[in-house]
Write a protein that binds this ligand. Structure first.
Ligand SMILES: *Cc1c(COP(=O)(O)O)cnc(C)c1O
Length: 477
């Protein structure tokens, strides 16, 4: 994408000056100031500053506009979070009203407030029956830090302080605090992080297309990968293992869907060895699969649920941990839990979360993902990419999907330079005004849950153009 540095066109020119949140500058000015003063997350700032960032200035529904006036369809719901779509007044008004009534008060010292009470009551209704207690934080990373704190406190209350080790998976994403990064299994994050949290170990991921050897069926492979958990528990000693944590399907790792045999076996092993089962639902939660929570889709029952992203549709930051009744009971009956954040249960975030959850429920958005838009999206992707020369597999359900790019789909042969191929495809998407993410050789889609059939058609056709162009550039079309 080449920007005209001092082009006057601006997508926010149609918003009256008095209503703009920020003064409007030219793209060139924005990019110069951004390069001068802003360090971006997960970015090589040297090369980003040379190329310049795309400046997003407004959004509505499933569309974004950049400072050059380009209209872009958002196939990623921001960062997997804008479940109700952009520009919903109900959320803006809920935040505005709450800021005037009570912008902040803490929940530490024997105090509480209506928004956090109402949100907790609503979450108890929306989550599966055994989840009736919620602890709040500001992000998914803090949610997983909180999960660790709860797990350790639980085993202390059970008189089993030796149960300290938490088992996670390679290529998992659990956030970027020190604990989140240690729990995650992204090699590049571990390399940059010499200080780790203790007592965290990893097993392999259930990634059939990429890692199954020989002629195992997906079901056999799923079982084998789950049984690595049993082997690891026996190696560490069950008396030392506190918990297993996993995303029901891996998001940032490439939208990797485990074979159907995987989660039932994981659950069986956790129960057998008295190991807590933690579901990181930061992406899977709040309707992405067509169920309220992805563990319901896969048919298992966790002890702890990490939530963030879709909890507020990203309009303001908020995370939470849901506690199964038996975990909550142990915490409630055993003295002080020494953990909290200034903004635990922030009233404005809670008010926005309530408005968001009511839209997801009362407008039937989650139900529609299950019965209508989800199946339509999956069907359109599968018919569009069937027999495509460089698409090996399509994973997903509801409104989330991962396309496996492959050099020879017939033999499951992957590209030697898969990451480069993903980047080529991602750049074609970018130029075609479609936001689609690349993780290595997998192309990811996770649109807002309010996406219509027409918008799904647009996403799928733009994705097809980008994948076709990639095949052509590689001489494989
Ligand atoms: C995004 C994500 C996190 C981290 O959430 P932050 O709000 O970025 O801290 C944790 N787990 C999963 C599965 C995620 O996708």
């Amino acid at each position: 994408m080449s920007y005209r540095i001092d082009a006057p066109a601006s997508a926010i020119e149609d918003i009256p000056t008095t209503l703009r949140a920020q003064p409007s500058r030219s793209t060139g000015e924005y990019r110069a100031l951004d390069a001068a003063h802003h360090i971006h997350p997960f970015s090589d700032m040297g090369s980003l500053n040379k190329a310049g960032s795309r400046v997003i200035v407004k959004a509505k529904g499933v569309y974004l506009w950049d400072s050059e006036g380009n209209k872009i369809i958002d196939g990623m719901a921001g960062l997997w979070c804008v479940n109700v779509g952009y520009g919903r007044k109900e959320l803006a008004e809920a935040g505005y009203r709450q800021m005037q009534e009570l912008p902040f008060y803490n929940t530490f010292f024997k105090t509480t407030h209506p928004p956090v009470i109402e949100l907790s009551t609503l979450l108890a209704q929306i989550t599966p029956a055994p989840f009736n207690h919620f602890f709040y934080c500001n992000s998914g990373s803090e949610g997983n830090d909180t999960v660790l704190r709860i797990v350790h406190q639980f085993w202390l209350t059970q008189g089993k302080p030796s149960k300290k080790v938490v088992i996670s998976r390679r290529n998992a994403y659990h956030g970027s605090t020190i604990a989140g990064g240690t729990l995650g299994g992204m090699g590049y994050m571990h390399e940059q992080m010499p200080s780790k949290v203790e007592n965290i170990v990893h097993i392999d991921q259930p990634y059939f297309y990429g890692e199954a050897e020989g002629n195992l069926t997906p079901e056999e492979f799923g079982l084998a990968r789950a049984q690595q958990l049993e082997a690891k528990i026996l190696e560490v000693g069950a008396q030392n293992v506190a918990a297993f944590i996993g995303e029901p399907f891996q998001g940032a790792g490439g939208v990797i869907f485990p074979p159907s045999t995987y989660w039932p076996e994981i659950q069986r092993i956790c129960r057998k060895y008295d190991v807590l089962l933690c579901a990181d639902e930061v992406i899977g939660g709040f309707g992405r699969t067509g169920e309220w929570f992805a563990h319901e889709h896969f048919g298992f029952e966790p002890d702890l649920i990490t939530m963030a992203k879709g909890l507020t549709s990203g309009y303001v930051p908020m995370g939470a941990v849901g506690l199964h009744d038996r975990i909550a009971k142990a915490l409630i009956e055993n003295g002080e839990f020494n953990h909290g954040l200034t903004y635990s249960g922030h009233p404005v975030a809670a008010a926005v979360a309530i408005a968001n959850l009511k839209l997801l429920r009362d407008e039937g958005i989650v139900a529609r993902v299950k019965s209508d838009t989800g199946p339509y999206f999956q069907q359109r992707l599968r018919e569009t990419f069937a027999n495509h020369p460089i698409v090996g597999d399509i994973a997903g359900t509801g409104l989330v999907a991962g396309l496996q790019l492959a050099e020879d789909p017939a033999t499951r042969k992957r590209f030697a330079n898969g990451g480069d191929v993903g980047t080529i495809c991602r750049d074609f998407c970018f130029n075609g005004n479609l936001i689609m993410r690349a993780t290595g050789d997998r192309m990811l889609l996770s649109p807002p849950l309010v996406v219509t059939h027409g918008e799904i058609d647009e996403i799928v056709s733009k994705a097809k153009h980008a994948v076709d162009a990639t095949a052509q550039q590689l001489g494989l079309s």
